[in-house]
Design a protein around this ligand. Structure first.
Ligand code: F6P
Length: 320
C-alpha cells in the first residue's frame, strides 16, 4: 500500500495533533503518500482533502485541538453517505485510512472497512470509554485539566466554607470523574455506572464539617441522572452547607496535551501506518498495560467496558 489518508472525527481530544504528526511523518519516512482529510467524514464526503508533507505537521505536537478540524457527520450515518465517501477514497487512490476518534468515529471506520478500505482506528476521546483500550488519547490531559480547576475551586471553597459540585464530561462514562476525583481528593464522586445514595452523601458531608472540614468537593460526571443544580439544591437543603455548581464543560477538551498523551499518540500514530504499510486487515490500536496493541476493528468495538469499582471504593476510603 502506498497511498493513505488520515482524518479526525467526533469530539476533539488533546493529543490528536500528536497522532496526526506521527502518522504523517511515519508515512513520509516510509515513502508513502498521505492525504489529510478535513472535518472528518463530512470532509471526506465533500472531497475536502490535501496532500500532507513533513512541514504540514510542524509545530503541532504541543497543540490541543486538531489541525484537520473535526465534525459529527449526519450524512455519513446513511448508506448513500458512506458510499459517497468510498467513491472519494477511490478517486484519490486512498487504500488505507487512519481514523482518529471515539467510539462513533471508529464505528464509521468499520463501515468503510466492510466496503474494502483498510482502516486503522486510533482511540482519541477524553471520555476513555473504549472497552478494548485501557486508556484513550486525551483522557490524561482532560483529567489534569479537571485537577487544576479543582485546585482553584478548593481554595475559594475553603475561604467561604462552601461545598462545590464540579461537573465533568464523559458522556455515559464516569472515568474522568473517577480519576480526577481520586487524584484531587474529592469528598464524593458521582458516576453513571453506580447508583449513589444521596442521603449517605449528605451524612458524610455533615460528619466532615463537624470534624472541621472547611470545604467539600463533589465531582459529578455529566451522565449521572440527577443534574448538578438539583444535586446542589438537595445538598444545601439537607446539610445547610452553601453549595455551588461549576460546570467545566469544553475546557476539558482543549489545552496542550500531557506528556503521557503525546507519547501514546506518537506510538499509536506510528503503529497505524506500519500496519497499513504491511497491508494488514482493519485494526483498532489500543493500550494494554504498557503495551501498544492492535486487534480486529469489529471485535474491538464489540467489547463491553468493565467498571473499575476498586478505584471508586478507594476514593471513598481516602475521603473519610
Ligand atoms: O465525547 C467527548 C465529549 O466531550 C463528551 O464528553 C461530551 O458529552 C460530548 O463530547 C459533547 O459533544 P459536543 O462537542 O457535540 O457538544
Amino acid at each position: 500500500m502506498n497511498t493513505i489518508g488520515v482524518l479526525t472525527s467526533g469530539g476533539d481530544a488533546p493529543g490528536m495533533n500528536a497522532a496526526i504528526r506521527a502518522a504523517v511523518r511515519t508515512a513520509i519516512y516510509k515513502n508513502m503518500k498521505i492525504y489529510g482529510i478535513e472535518r472528518g467524514y463530512d470532509g471526506l464526503i465533500k472531497g475536502d482533502i490535501k496532500e500532507m508533507n513533513v512541514s504540514s505537521v510542524s509545530d503541532i505536537i504541543q497543540r490541543g485541538g486538531t489541525i484537520l478540524r473535526t465534525a459529527r457527520s449526519e450524512e455519513f450515518l446513511t448508506t448513500e453517505g458512506i458510499n459517497k465517501a468510498v467513491d472519494v477514497l477511490i478517486k484519490y487512490g486512498i487504500e488505507g485510512l487512519v481514523v482518529l476518534g471515539g467510539d462513533g468515529s471508529l464505528r464509521g471506520g468499520a463501515e468503510l472497512a466492510k466496503r474494502g478500505i483498510k482502516v486503522m482506528g486510533i482511540p482519541c476521546t477524553i471520555d476513555n470509554d473504549l472497552a478494548y483500550s485501557d486508556f484513550t488519547i486525551g483522557f490524561d490531559t482532560a483529567v489534569n485539566t479537571v485537577l487544576s480547576a479543582m485546585g482553584n475551586i478548593r481554595d475559594t471553597s475553603t475561604s467561604h466554607d462552601r461545598c462545590t459540585v464540579v461537573e465533568v464530561m464523559g458522556r455515559n462514562c464516569g472515568d474522568i470523574a473517577l480519576y480526577a476525583g481520586l487524584a484531587g481528593g474529592a469528598e464524593f464522586i458521582l458516576v453513571p455506572e453506580v447508583e449513589t445514595d444521596l442521603n449517605l452523601l449528605c451524612r458524610k458531608l455533615v460528619e466532615g464539617i463537624r470534624r472541621g472540614k472547611m470545604h467539600s468537593i463533589i465531582v459529578r460526571a455529566e451522565g449521572v441522572k440527577i443534574s448538578s443544580v438539583e444535586l446542589a439544591d438537595f445538598v444545601q437543603r439537607s446539610t445547610g452547607f452553601e453549595t455551588k455548581v461549576v460546570v467545566l464543560g469544553y475546557t476539558q477538551r482543549g489545552g496542550s496535551p500531557s506528556a503521557r498523551d503525546r507519547v501514546l499518540a506518537s506510538k499509536m500514530g506510528n503503529r497505524a501506518v506500519e500496519l497499513l504499510l504491511k497491508d494488514s486487515e482493519s485494526r483498532a490500536i489500543g493500550l494494554k498495560g504498557s503495551d501498544i496493541i492492535d486487534m480486529d476493528l469489529t471485535e474491538a468495538l464489540g467489547m463491553e467496558r468493565k467498571w473499575d469499582q476498586e478505584i471508586l471504593d478507594l476514593a471513598d476510603i481516602l475521603s473519610i
